[in-house]
Design a protein. Structure first.
Length: 143
């Protein structure tokens, strides 16, 4: 399930967090589904159990998973909704970044390419494109 790139500049715990979030968003891991135990993951991945514990603790602090002593780790009820809400707040970051790109002279078409690359075929790209539009609003009115 989890794939770790030992050569990546992204820390292993961050790779575990990111992959878990993606599994939740894609419904690969649904509400109350069990996650692999720390012991199972450390046996199957090039990762120290403490690294996995750190990733799981972060996910639990964000209420995306629940750790039940003696039973394991499970996707928390409402995790997908909470994660979607957290990601939705990133649209303002996209809008601010597009304003900075505009000031740096980066063409709006290049900004759209970046958004499309991040979303591929995802339906949510429309909201991100709107955020880019907001950053380039003055230029779009002139066109």
């Amino acid at each position: 399930m989890f794939l770790i790139n030992s050569f990546s500049p992204v820390p292993v715990y961050a790779q575990i967090i990111s992959q878990t979030e993606n599994f939740i968003l894609k419904d690969i891991l649904g509400e109350e589904n069990p996650l692999p135990s720390i012991r199972e993951l450390s046996a199957s991945l090039p990762a120290n159990p403490r690294t996995i514990q750190k990733a799981y603790a972060d996910l639990e602090a964000r209420k995306l998973i629940v750790m039940v002593p003696g039973k394991g780790c499970f996707v928390a009820a409402g995790a997908k909704g909470r994660l979607s809400k957290q990601l939705e707040s990133q649209l303002e970051v996209i809008s601010q970044a597009s304003r900075q790109c505009k000031l740096a002279g980066i063409d709006i078409d290049r900004a759209f390419e970046a958004v499309h690359a991040g979303y591929a075929d995802d339906n949510a790209k429309n909201r991100a494109i709107e955020a880019v539009h907001a950053g380039y609003a003055d230029d779009l009115v002139k066109k």
